[in-house]
Design a protein around this ligand. Structure first.
Ligand code: SAM
Length: 265
């Protein structure tokens, strides 16, 4: 029995080693962007989003974002109570889990959320209340006009939302405005120029397995097609106050991280 497992592992290892150059060598997709709708208002879509949050691929993507944010916080000198805004917070899963992980890192955090979709806001408030976090401030609003004071946030995160923004430069400028000097921006989103293999995987594997009505809307492949390339993100940042700041655009396999620190005046 032990020997069988050993052979399975050896064969799986060889297959992975052989597959790697194939996947890495596949061409990147170069297609025009197909813009997405900005927010949703219906309960069925909200329930669909809530359902997929429990799936392994979405949990692991969320964990990647959480690890990235915790890493950035540990590298900073932020230890006192910090204000963290999740822009485009959707169902609130990221807010809830990030709140726990920031606490584990020994930092006290006050979490905030904003979302343009009224169904998202409802779903988020209910999710946080069920999780025993009813006091978190979740606002309905457009990231292009954040209903918050200048310099009021220590950290602004945004996950899988940028490809929805109809005025991305305005949202990026708003993130800059609401951050305190020294405050951090962390944006995570898909990248449209992923290799062809991933376009196939999103189109043929993930989308047909989504709950209704996300499947009928073509999600998540639609999101990949609406996302930006790292080069487009860099060009966009140049047209915002972030052009004067320390910003890195770090491409991953099918995603991109944008990290910025607002300078001290
Ligand atoms: C795909 S969901 C991602 C939700 C969540 N951040 C996550 O990682 O699962 C995108 C969210 O961004 C919100 N959104 C889109 N455009 C927005 C905008 N301009 N301002 C605020 N929220 C926006 C949508 O309503 C939606 O809830």
């Amino acid at each position: 029995m032990g020997l069988d497992w050993w052979w399975i592992l050896v064969v799986a290892g060889i297959v992975l080693v052989l597959l790697f150059p194939l996947l890495a060598g596949l061409p990147r997709v170069a297609i025009p962007r197909h813009p997405e709708v900005e927010g949703f208002d219906d309960a069925a879509t909200g329930a669909g989003y809530a359902e997929i949050q429990e799936r392994v691929e979405f949990k692991s993507m969320r964990q990647t974002v959480i690890d990235h944010v915790i890493d950035a916080l540990k590298k900073s000198s932020m230890t006192d109570a910090i204000d963290v805004l999740d822009l485009g917070c959707g169902t609130g899963h990221l807010i809830k889990e990030l709140h726990v992980e920031i606490g584990k890192a020994g930092i006290e955090a006050v979490m905030h959320g904003i979302d343009i979709g009224s169904a998202s806001v409802r779903e988020c408030r209910e999710h946080l209340a069920r999780a025993g976090l009813p006091g978190i401030d979740i606002k309905e609003g457009d990231g292009a006009r954040v209903p918050m004071a200048d310099g009021s946030m220590d950290v602004v995160i945004s996950s899988l939302s940028m490809h929805h923004w109809s005025r991305p430069e305005a949202v990026l400028a708003e993130i800059h405005r609401v951050l305190k000097p020294g405050g951090k921006m962390v944006i995570f989103d898909l990248r449209r120029d992923a290799r062809r293999f991933y376009h196939h995987a999103f189109d043929r594997w993930f989308t047909p397995r989504m709950p209704e009505p996300l499947k009928s809307a073509g999600d998540p492949y639609r999101s990949l097609l609406a996302s930006y390339t790292p080069a487009e993100v860099e060009a966009m940042l140049e047209r915002t106050p972030w052009a004067r700041e320390r910003v890195t655009v770090a491409p991953r396999t099918v995603a991109v991280f944008v990290d910025g620190i607002k300078g001290t005046p």
